[in-house]
Every structure is written in structure tokens, then in C-alpha cells.
Design a protein around this ligand. Structure first.
Ligand SMILES: NC(=O)c1ccc[n+]([C@@H]2O[C@H](COP(=O)([O-])OP(=O)(O)OC[C@H]3O[C@@H](n4cnc5c(N)ncnc54)[C@H](O)[C@@H]3O)[C@@H](O)[C@H]2O)c1
Ligand SMILES: [Zn+2]
Ligand SMILES: [Zn+2]
Length: 365
């Protein structure tokens, strides 16, 4: 079938083109895209900051309606509302253990545009194959995804607000709820109040953290952090000693947990210095340059741990339905992050994400 899709053919450039989309294969479904969120990783791919292959259709926070199911699909049928999350192979040791975020084939399935059978599903009018980011490529009016990474949702919920659950919110909320698992009354500091950071703030509030500190350089994002559950905020442009300020706000001890979701090299050390003895610091961002650290001084004396987290260490088909329930209860107000744009205005949506004007631009099909 013919589809309209946003394709990257060279670094930093995106254009809407007509492409040919194949049929869903074994275990896959064809989805009519309703909306798609823009995530920082779309830019990282477009700018070739991650290992990738071109041409590629971007988009990895799609929501839509199943239109056709391929052979072997067990759980989904036409008409089902689905959130399209990240892919995993289903066969490696991590996948078999229920940890698809640590799949052996993540890099390839996320960024090379191929599906688990190593094939692509899109081609242009010259017959050249085109990749689908994250095994979905949802900046297109239709896309194909594996049943494994399509999460069925309650059709009563307005789907377009749910895009960000697919990646950004799953990452931030999951880093807190799945990896840190704070106890009620714990403290946490979050560097970067974008979609990932703000959802970590919402999750920290859900988990009962007493002190939740948001750090950013954009005043409107700090205001939003306060509206979403932060108890304190620090403007990184005005404060040079962020770790000292975190200690002051946590009774001199430092925070139990810290998250880096800004991608700024010098913040990594600030994050490590912000956690208290035996605390846990988590990195989710793709830091924009090398970081030099005195690891012995930073880690041994204070006995702190440092962890990397992919997609919130979550199993999408288990975790995303929980997030949808929190959203329905008003406890995960992710619609506060969203602004909506017609698909044709993708350039404006991308520009607004880039400038920091909008946290979660959502394309409507
Ligand atoms: N690990 C994963 O699985 C995963 C998943 C999704 C996104 N990510 C990554 O997480 C990061 C955050 O994603 P996002 O979509 O929230 O990005 P974003 O660009 O919306 O948010 C980044 C925030 O950091 C702030 N910031 C920039 N410089 C700062 C500074 N010096 N001090 C404090 N704050 C500063 C920005 O103002 C912005 O609010 C990105 O690197 C993204 O690629 C990782
Ligand atoms: Zn796997
Ligand atoms: Zn993403």
C-alpha cells in the first residue's frame, strides 16, 4: 500500500514522501497511525549521533489502530487501539528472562531500520528499501510493528495523549519505578526537565518521595517541574554548585537517588556528587561528549552506585498498561507536556522541540 512518511535521506534533513509499505509478516500487525510523539532520539538518529542506516522513516512513539494482522498474531485484532513501543528480538537470553530492554539485538532493532527477520518493510518509488526506526517508523500514516512491541490500550482513552508513554515517559517513569524503586520519604534529584525528566518527577511523586528536585536551564520547564511534583527546583544557569545546593535541600546528606536526563557532560559529575552515601545515580541520556571522572574518589568512599537504564528497564506490555491506569487516575498528567501539530507541519513541530518551546510535540495523522 502507498503511505506518506517522513524520511531522512541525509544527515539533518527530513522530507515527507510517498513510499510503498509491504504486508505484515509473521507476528506483525499493520497499524493506521493516529498520532506520533517526537522524542530527542529522533533528532539523534536524524543527525547520525547514533549508529544508523539511511534512508530511514523516523518516529518511535506511535499510537494507532490495528488494521490488519499477519500470520501467527495471537493477541491483537483489527480495531484494537495500540501504543507502539520499542522492539526486542524475543529469543535472546535477556528477552527470555523478561528483560527486553537488555535484548542482544537492541542496537540493530532500534537504529538500523530492520525488523527481527533482518528485512525492511518500506521501499521508495525506485525500489530502494527504506528503514523503519525502532521497528515502527511511525512518522507515517501507516506502519508495521511486531505484536511484541504493540501494547493494547483501553479504547475509551484519548489515544493522542498517550504517545509519550511509548518511549520518553516509559524511560523517565521506569528509571524511577523499575530501577531506583524509592521508598516513601526518599529524596531524588533529576537533571533535565524534558519529557524524560518530568515523567521521572511525576513517578517520584507517585512513589512517595519527600524531596524531589528538578534541575534545568529553562525557567518554563522549572515551573512545569513544580506543577508536576517537584518540591524544589534549581536553575543550572544561575547555580554553579548544583551538588552543594542538592545537599543543602536534603539536610546536608545528598539525595538517595539522582537521574541524568539532560545529556550534558559536566552534569554527570554533578549528579554523582549529589547522591548521599550508598545512593544510586542513573544515566539515561546520550551524553553529548566525553566525561572525565575521578572514579575512585567519586565511588569508593561514598559507596555509591552508577547505572545505565534503557527504556526505563521496563517490559512495555507489562509497564505501559500500568502507566495508562495512572494517567486515567490523573496521577501521571502527561498531557501537560503535549502540543499537537498536523503531520504536514512536522518541520514546525521539530523546530519547537529543538528550541525548547514545546516538551512533547505530537503529530496528528
Ligand atoms: N535511555 C533511554 O532508553 C532513552 C529513552 C528516551 C530518551 N533518552 C535520552 O534521554 C535524554 C532526555 O530526553 P528528553 O526527550 O527528555 O530530552 P529533552 O531535550 O526534552 O530534555 C532535556 C532537558 O535538559 C535540559 N538541559 C539542557 N542543558 C542543561 C543544563 N546544562 N543543565 C540542566 N538542564 C539542561 C533542557 O532544557 C531540557 O529540558 C536524551 O538524551 C534522550 O536521547 C534515552
Ligand atoms: Zn532479545
Ligand atoms: Zn525515544
Amino acid at each position: 500500500m502507498k503511505v506518506k512518511a517522513a524520511v531522512v535521506r541525509e544527515k539533518g534533513k527530513l522530507a515527507i514522501e510517498e513510499l510503498e509499505l509491504g504486508k505484515p509478516r509473521m507476528g506483525e500487525v499493520l497499524v493506521k497511525t493516529v498520532a506520533g510523539g517526537i522524542c530527542h532520539t529522533d533528532f539523534s538518529t536524524m543527525n547520525l549521533e547514533v549508529p544508523t542506516t539511511l534512508p530511514m522513516v523516523l518516529g518511535h512513539e506511535g499510537v494507532g489502530i490495528v488494521e490488519e494482522v499477519g500470520p501467527g498474531v495471537q493477541d491483537l485484532q483489527p480495531g484494537d487501539h495500540v501504543i507502539l513501543s520499542y522492539p526486542s528480538c524475543g529469543c535472546c537470553e535477556s528477552c527470555m528472562e523478561g528483560k527486553p530492554y537488555a535484548c542482544d539485538r537492541s542496537t540493530e532493532l532500534f537504529f538500523f531500520g530492520t525488523y527481527a527477520d533482518r528485512g525492511r518493510r518500506l521501499a521508495d518509488r525506485d525500489g530502494q528499501e527504506v528503514g523503519s526506526l525502532f521497528g515502527q517508523g511511525s512518522f507515517a500514516d501507516h506502519c508495521i510493528v511486531a505484536e511484541r512491541n504493540a501494547v493494547k490500550v483501553d479504547p475509551e482513552v484519548d489515544m493522542k495523549a498517550l504517545c509519550s508513554l511509548a518511549c520518553g515517559v516509559q524511560t523517565g517513569a521506569g528509571a524511577v519505578l523499575n530501577r531506583m524503586k524509592p521508598s516513601a520519604g526518599d529524596s531524588i534529584v533529576i537533571f533535565g526537565c524534558g519529557a524524560v525528566g518530568i515523567s521521572a518527577i511525576m513517578a517520584a511523586k507517585l512513589a512517595g518521595c519527600r524531596t524531589v528536585i528538578g534541575v534545568d536551564v529553562v525557567p518554563s520547564r522549572l515551573e512545569l517541574a513544580l506543577a508536576c511534583g517537584a518540591t524544589d527546583v534549581i536553575n543550572g544557569r544561575e547555580c554553579t554548585e548544583i551538588a552543594e545546593e542538592v545537599k543543602r535541600l536534603t539536610g546536608g546528606q545528598g539525595a538517595h537517588f539522582a537521574l541524568e536526563a539532560a545529556g550534558v557532560p559536566h552534569l554527570v559529575e554533578q549528579m554523582l556528587q549529589s547522591v548521599r552515601k550508598e545512593g544510586l545515580a542513573v544515566l539515561v541520556s546520550f551524553v553529548s561528549g566525553p566525561v572525565t571522572l575521578d572514579v575512585s574518589m567519586l565511588f569508593i568512599g561514598p559507596c555509591i552506585s552508577f547505572a545505565g537504564v534503557v527504556e526505563g528497564n521496563s517490559n512495555p506490555r507489562v509497564f505501559i498498561p500500568k502507566l495508562v491506569e495512572f494517567y486515567k487516575e490523573g496521577r501521571l498528567p502527561i498531557d501537560k507536556l503535549c502540543e499537537y501539530y498536523p503531520f504536514e507541519e512536522i518541520d514546525r513541530a521539530m523546530a519547537d522541540a529543538r528550541s525548547g518551546k514545546v516538551i512533547k510535540p505530537v503529530l496528528i495523522f
